[in-house]
Design a protein around this ligand. Structure first.
Ligand SMILES: *Cc1c(COP(=O)(O)O)cnc(C)c1O
Length: 570
């Protein structure tokens, strides 16, 4: 194995993300944001792009989800040993937290592509002898603790990460901030680019914001104002001190509070949302900034089931590194596609039998829904009218759910409990499964094995929604509210089906829940169930279109090429 130093020989894109999901064994992610980061890095490796990724080690992971007797979520620490999977790099950075020096070190994981591409991911860690016990815990818990804990993590990620890259000898041509959590790195860069003019510490003129902007690319993921990280200046001054003069910080990060999104917006030359619609929504949220759109993707080789891989290898060789080839899906004989999907379905049902003891019927139309359990995703929406659902689905439908609620999200936990309790209401007439501990491993079994992938978020809160792309890649059509990527991927009755009205609004002021619910039932009853049971060729054609008209395009290879041409090369 080559020495890690060879990664420092050429200048790189430094990709910063609070969470990165590369494999289930490295549990340093909570959901879509982290999995997207992992998929991005894997495509960068496939495409041999010069990139180095930086994140936190999250030694206790996010959490492992189990359930009490009453269906209430229980959070358990995830035990993993970084030293079994990662290499400790020499060199330590110091960051100032509450007026003391805190040491930061990095563990490295090498992402290796079959193309020969290879790149490093650095996991930052403060669990080092010599740091105070409380400081050793800063990189323990992803999204754990209070605002103060979060700010400390963001100091380690942004400032510690930038310093450590320099200490290790990495040359950075661009910094890519995946969401605002790493925005503090801009302050470190401001200090690097301080102009050598004769003036005092707080002269505005001595801070070269333009040089920093040229270096930074910012991707925002959150379509509501309230979702952006903010810190009171009292807390910032106490915990972080004055990395730059406070007046300058207020000018760049907001007068009232330090808003990490504002800081990133003010110090990046390229800013984008993660789907076309999300670009518009973000533009409305931040007038005065130019917001572009680069639609998210998924990493094809990671998310195709073994059954689909075999099929793609046979009929579309080279598809994994050239997913555009999926456009030629019609070369696959119908029966072989049906068999491959049946294989994935049987594999999933066996897994469900083993983990929950519930046996499902492979002949029954099976709908999947799994993502973070949070209010706007409305996981329980299909149960709005249980009588109607039973009438439509009696003996004809099975539902499989999954997803974790954030430990502080009571509403999310109630939603899960409500779904788990439906099992008893419907009994064997309409089987319902809630799979525990949704993670990358569960996702890779669940998504390819269902027949339809359901998504019914409150608009416009689904910035992108990448799980639907994983479904499409496996020939599983989407049935979704028109939000995020689905606005771009949806052709009614061709690639899948929409739920509710067309996407015109850019705020949550209008709530279409009733319309959405009615449309969900109506399409299930009149379109999807009849097609599934009475028109196999018609059904297979929708499956193929999901692959040939969605998956060929909505992947991280296409996405990364856009980042290169639109953001990194400018
Ligand atoms: C893909 C993925 C997600 C993202 O799902 P969305 O539908 O975009 O919310 C979340 N969690 C896991 C484990 C995933 O694999």
């Amino acid at each position: 194995m080559r020495d890690w130093r060879h990664y420092t020989e050429n200048s790189r894109i430094a990709y910063f993300s609070m969470e990165i999901g590369l494999t289930t064994e490295i549990p340093t992610y909570s959901g879509g944001l982290g999995v997207l980061a992992g998929d991005t890095i894997k495509s960068a490796a496939d495409l041999k792009l010069p990139l180095v990724a930086v994140t936190l080690i999250s030694r206790k992971g996010y959490f492992r989800q189990t359930f009490s007797e009453t269906g209430w979520q229980q959070e358990n620490p995830v035990d993993w040993r970084p030293e079994d999977l990662l290499e400790l790099l020499p060199g330590k950075a110091l960051v100032n937290i509450e007026n003391r020096d805190v040491k930061v070190q990095a563990w490295m994981y090498r992402v290796k592509s079959p193309t020969g591409g290879e790149l490093p991911v650095l996991f930052l860690d403060t669990d080092i002898p010599g740091n105070l016990p409380e400081d050793r815990k800063i990189t323990d818990q992803l999204y754990g603790g209070d605002k103060e804990y979060r700010l400390k993590q963001e100091i380690v990620l942004g400032i510690g990460g930038a310093r450590l890259l320099q200490i290790l000898g990495f040359q950075v041509r661009k910094y890519h901030l995946n969401e605002g959590h790493a925005s503090l790195l801009t302050l470190e860069l401001l200090n690097h680019h301080r102009l050598h003019v004769e003036d005092t510490w707080d002269e505005r003129a001595s801070w070269d914001t333009r040089r920093v902007q040229e270096k930074c690319v910012f991707t925002t993921h959150t379509p509501v104002e309230a979702g952006h990280d903010r810190f009171p200046y009292e807390l910032v001054e106490r915990v972080m001190g004055a990395v730059v003069p406070i007046e300058l910080l207020k000018e760049l990060g907001g007068r009232e509070e330090l808003n990490m999104t504002m800081l990133a917006l003010n110090l990046s030359h390229f800013v984008n949302g993660v789907a076309k619609k999300h670009g518009e929504v973000s533009q409305a949220l931040f007038p005065g900034f130019e917001i572009h759109a680069i639609t998210n993707g998924i990493h094809p080789f990671t998310w195709a089931s073994p059954y689909m891989m075999t099929l793609y290898d046979k009929y579309l060789p080279g598809w994994a590194n050239e997913p555009e080839l999926l456009v030629r899906v019609d070369n696959i004989p119908d029966q072989e596609l049906a068999d491959a999907h049946a294989g994935a379905k049987a594999y999933l049902f066996q897994y469900i039998q083993e983990t929950t003891g519930i046996s499902l019927d492979p002949g029954v139309l099976t709908i999947g829904f799994a993502r973070r359990a949070t209010a706007y995703k409305r996981a329980n929406m299909i149960f709005s009218d249980p009588q109607r659902l039973l009438k439509i689905g009696d003996g004809r439908l099975q539902l499989i759910f999954g997803g974790k609620a954030h430990p502080h999200d009571e509403h999310g936990k109630q939603m899960i409990q409500e779904i788990r309790n439906q099992t008893a209401v419907f009994g064997d007439r309409l089987k319902i499964v809630y799979l525990p501990n949704y993670n990358m491993d569960v996702a890779s079994r669940l998504i390819p094995g269902v027949d339809v992938w359901l998504n019914n978020p409150l608009r416009p809160l689904e910035a992108s929604g990448t799980s639907g792309m994983k479904a499409a890649l496996n020939g599983v059509p989407n049935f979704s509210v028109l939000d995020g990527w689905w606005i771009e991927g949806h052709i009614e009755g061709v690639t899948g089906w929409s739920i509710g009205p067309p996407p015109t609004e850019t705020t949550t002021d209008v709530n279409h829940t009733d319309e959405d619910v009615q449309d969900l039932y109506k399409k299930l009853e009149e379109t999807i169930i009849p097609l599934y049971y009475h028109d196999r060729p018609g059904w297979l054609s929708v499956m193929k279109n999901a692959i040939g008209k969605n998956a060929y395009y909505f992947n991280t290879h296409v996405m990364m090429r856009r980042y290169v041409t639109d953001a990194y090369l400018h």
